[in-house]
Ligand binder design. Structure first.
Ligand SMILES: *Cc1c(COP(=O)(O)O)cnc(C)c1O
Length: 353
C-alpha cells in the first residue's frame, strides 16, 4: 500500500513553484480592486472568477458528503485526466495502464504527454481479473485508469476487484465514474479517505445535463488535490460555468427524475431491440447507453444517419465487432430510432428474402 503520494510525483512537479494569481495572493473583500488588470467597468463578467470555486465546492461537499479539501474541479474530466498524467508520469519513460476497450481520452492524453499506454484486453463479457491487471504493472506504470461503469461496454466492475487493485498497486488508481448515476452500484468516493492513491472522477456532463459547462470533479486525498491545484491553469473554470453549475447542483430533483426515466427507457429499448433476429446481442448496461451487436453495424450506422439519427459505431474496437453504442434519449427520440430500425430490418427482409 502507498503511504506517501509525494514520492510518486515527477521531480519537476514536486519542486514546482506555482503561479500565484492576484485572487490567490489576496483573499478577502476589498473596496477597490486594482490588482488584476481587469476592466473596472461593470459587466457580469469583468472580474476574474474564484480560482478555487469555493461556493461550488461547498455545495458538492454537502451533496456528496466529501470534505471540500478532497474536491477538485477540472474543465471537464478530460482536463483532470491530463493533469494527473502530467503530475505523475515522466514523458518518454513512464506509462499508464488502461482497459481495452475503454474511454479513449486516457490513451490520447498519455500520448500527448509522450507517456506510454499498456492495455489490458477485457474478456468476452468485458470483465477482468485484478491479479491479471496487477501482473502487468511494472515500475514504469504510474497510473491505472479504470472506467466503471465502463464506456463503451456499459458494465461496472465489482467493488472488491477495484479495491484490491487500489490496495495492491504502488501507484495512482483513477476510477472514472462518469456513468455512476445510472448504475445500481454505489460510488466509491467514500474510499478516498481510506486510500491516498485513489482518485474518483465524476462529471456534470452526463446525468446532470451540463456537458457544455465543462465541469468534471475529482475526489481524492488532500495531497493529490493540492498537486492538482498547484498545476492547473489558475482560472480553469469560468465564472459563467461556476454560476450555472451551482444552479444545477442545488436543484437535483430534475436530475433524479430524468435518470430514472432514462433507466426505464434503457430497459424498454433493450426489450424492443431483442425482438429482431438481426440484433445479435445487447450487453447489460449500468449507463445511459446500450452496446448493441448487429449483423452489419456499418451499414446500419449509415442508414440511421440518412434518417437523421447518429449513433456511435464501435466496430473495430476490441471485442466490439459490429457493435453500435446507442445513447438513450427521450421517449420520443427512442421511439423514432425504433421505428426506423423496424423499417430497416423489414426492408432488408424484402431485399434479402
Ligand atoms: C463522457 C465521459 C466523461 C466526461 O468527460 P467530461 O470531460 O467531464 O465531459 C468522462 N469519462 C468517461 C468514461 C466518459 O464517457
Amino acid at each position: 500500500m502507498i503511504r506517501n503520494i509525494k514520492d510518486l510525483l515527477r521531480d519537476n512537479i514536486k519542486h514546482l513553484e506555482p503561479y500565484k494569481s492576484a485572487r490567490v495572493d489576496f483573499k478577502g473583500f476589498a473596496e477597490i480592486y486594482l490588482d488584476a488588470n481587469e476592466s473596472p467597468y461593470p459587466s457580469s463578467y469583468n472580474r476574474y472568477p474564484d480560482p478555487h470555486q469555493l461556493d461550488l465546492k461547498k455545495e458538492i461537499s454537502k451533496k456528496k458528503n466529501v470534505p471540500v479539501a478532497n474536491i477538485f474541479f477540472g474543465n471537464g474530466s478530460d482536463e483532470i485526466i491530463d493533469l494527473l498524467i502530467r503530475a505523475f508520469c515522466n514523458p518518454g519513460k513512464d506509462k499508464i495502464l488502461t482497459l481495452d476497450p475503454t474511454y479513449g481520452m486516457y490513451a490520447v492524453c498519455a500520448s500527448v504527454n509522450d507517456v506510454g499506454v499498456i492495455k489490458l484486453k477485457l474478456d468476452k463479457n468485458f470483465g477482468f481479473k485484478a491479479e491479471n491487471l496487477l501482473s502487468m504493472c511494472n515500475d514504469e506504470v504510474k497510473i491505472i485508469f479504470i472506467c466503471s461503469p465502463n464506456n463503451p461496454s456499459g458494465n461496472a466492475f465489482s467493488t472488491e476487484e477495484i479495491l484490491s487493485i487500489v490496495e495492491n498497486f504502488e501507484g495512482i488508481v483513477v476510477l472514472d465514474e462518469a456513468y455512476i448515476d445510472f448504475s445500481k452500484y454505489s460510488s466509491l468516493i467514500s474510499y478516498v479517505n481510506s486510500f491516498c492513491n485513489l482518485v474518483v472522477l465524476q462529471t456534470l456532463s452526463k446525468a446532470y445535463a451540463g456537458a457544455a459547462l465543462r465541469i468534471g470533479m475529482a475526489y481524492a486525498d488532500e495531497d493529490i488535490i493540492e498537486v492538482l491545484n498547484k498545476i492547473k491553469p489558475p482560472y480553469n473554470i469560468s465564472g459563467l460555468s461556476q454560476k450555472e453549475a451551482l444552479r444545477l447542483i442545488q436543484n437535483t430533483d430534475d436530475v433524479m427524475v430524468h435518470v430514472s426515466e432514462i433507466k426505464a427507457e434503457r430497459e424498454r429499448v433493450e426489450v424492443e431491440l431483442k425482438s429482431y433476429k438481426e440484433v445479435l446481442g445487447i450487453y447489460p448496461s449500468e449507463t445511459n447507453f446500450l452496446l448493441v451487436r448487429v449483423v452489419d453495424a456499418t451499414t446500419l450506422y449509415g442508414f440511421l444517419i440518412k434518417k437523421g439519427i447518429v449513433v456511435r459505431n464501435r466496430h473495430g474496437q476490441w471485442n466490439c465487432d459490429n457493435c453500435l453504442r446507442i445513447t438513450i434519449g427521450t421517449k420520443a427520440e427512442n421511439q423514432f430510432l425504433l421505428k426506423n430500425l423496424n423499417e430497416y430490418y423489414n426492408a432488408e427482409d424484402i431485399v434479402f428474402g
